[in-house]
Design a protein around this ligand. Structure first.
Ligand SMILES: NC(=O)c1ccc[n+]([C@@H]2O[C@H](COP(=O)([O-])OP(=O)(O)OC[C@H]3O[C@@H](n4cnc5c(N)ncnc54)[C@H](OP(=O)(O)O)[C@@H]3O)[C@@H](O)[C@H]2O)c1
Length: 370
């Protein structure tokens, strides 16, 4: 029998047997890849017992990201583990979701790096965050030492993918001085909003490209409020007037491509000579076509960025430094919550949110609150 420290949630001592904990995990799981709404199902199983080296966490919030949908379809390079989850038949399940924030509710006797009450995110992609509880070694979790009470669960639940991606892309491809310009498409995406806020905090100017829509003035106002320098629509991106305007503002040294297709080609044309163009998304599902002149005469360099690869190739210390920096900005009010809508923790609600996530013109990041 392992005696667990007092649960701050229940305000009393709780004990878990070594055979299994007394807690039941409710999870949205899938036995195989396929259409998300067809393969996702509700599954309950006992939380594995605490061991001296593990912790128990309770999930607080978890977003539905485009990559989660791709993963469910089997079209994402990170393959989740398919495991027996307390079931007696032979069906192995993967738990949906990659990102989220959880709170430590119990620690094994040998755990010193985390304590009950700490909030944590997942240390790596593919964890399976659409569930109420999880058990695992400390190395599964990223501590959030700077997360004071000003930092919301939604901010932390949506921290490890999009803000970290924006942070790395602004820092790692070209040295940006204060006043330099960056251009990005998909500027209203969660990554785009992160780019706008980080750039503003670091004195970098942004040209933000979004798809035109009936309420474009509202979207423009929202992005300007967040710190965007300019917002333009993709239907005028290739025009002569836009070219002249961007030249007057100052040609961007860095382009961040969330979309691909025509939007990406037009955006690349606006970069300064020797500019760096980073592709991190492919929302239009159209190939990136590049005029040879951009490579030959302008000497543009084209890169891809994938946060998962960065995490796999960098140390936990480097990741913690970035995460602490971002969380400290959140605590100071320099980095606000993404626009988000609540998804209830019910099978039908999550399934319809996943369906909605496949379509465009979203109303912001969809976040499950447990
Ligand atoms: N490489 C990495 O490490 C990394 C990390 C994070 C995210 N990503 C990728 O970045 C992209 C954005 O992720 P997110 O979580 O920030 O997304 P998000 O908040 O859900 O936003 C999606 C964005 O895509 C746009 N969009 C959707 N369908 C489109 C289409 N057919 N044509 C053009 N634009 C379209 C949306 O614009 P509307 O409002 O006009 O629909 C919105 O700006 C995804 O592809 C995601 O997989 C990659």
């Amino acid at each position: 029998m392992i005696l667990v420290r007092p649960s701050f949630l229940l305000g009393r001592f709780r004990t878990y047997s070594t055979a299994r904990s007394s807690l039941t995990v409710d999870a949205l799981v899938y036995p195989k890849y396929g259409r998300p709404t067809e393969v996702l199902k509700w599954h309950s199983y006992p939380l594995p017992a605490l061991t001296p080296e593990t912790v128990h966490v309770k999930f607080l919030a978890s977003p539905i990201n485009p990559a989660d949908v791709n993963q469910l379809q089997g079209a994402y390079p990170v393959k989740p583990p398919f495991e027996l989850l307390g079931n007696t038949d032979d069906t192995k399940y993967a738990v949906g979701g990659n990102e989220g924030v959880a709170q430590v509710i119990a620690t094994g006797d040998k755990v010193t790096d985390l304590k009950v009450g700490d909030r944590v995110t997942m240390a790596k992609a593919g964890y399976g965050t659409w569930r109420t509880y999880a058990a695992g070694p400390v190395s599964d979790f990223q501590p959030l030492s700077k997360a004071d009470k000003n930092v919301t669960d939604v901010q932390l639940a949506t921290l490890s993918v999009n803000p970290c991606t924006a942070y790395r892309m602004l820092k790692d491809f070209v040295h940006l001085e204060k006043g330099d310009y960056v251009i990005q498409n998909g500027a209203n995406s969660a990554v785009g909003q992160s780019v706008i806020q980080l750039a503003k905090a670091w004195g970098i100017k942004t040209v933000n490209v979004v798809r035109n829509r009936p309420d474009i003035d509202q979207l423009r106002d929202d992005l300007m409020q967040l710190g965007a320098t300019h917002v333009i629509t993709d239907d005028v991106l290739g025009s002569h007037e836009t070219k002249t305007m961007i030249k007057e503002w100052g040609q961007p040294k860095l382009g961040l491509n969330c979309v691909g297709g025509k939007s990406a080609t037009e955006m690349a044309r606006h970069l300064s000579a020797n500019g760096q163009f980073v592709t991190y998304g492919a929302m239009a599902r159209a190939p990136l076509a590049l005029p040879a002149s951009l490579l030959i005469f302008k000497n543009l360099a084209f890169h891809g960025f994938w946060m998962t690869r960065w995490t796999d190739t960098h140390s936990m210390e480097e990741r913690t430094e970035m995460v602490d920096d971002l969380v400290a900005m959140m605590a100071r009010g320099d980095f606000v919550e993404p626009k988000w809508t609540q998804v209830d923790w019910k099978e039908d609600s999550v399934k319809s949110a996943v369906d909605h996530g496949i379509q465009g013109f979203g109303t912001g990041k969809q976040v499950i609150l447990f």
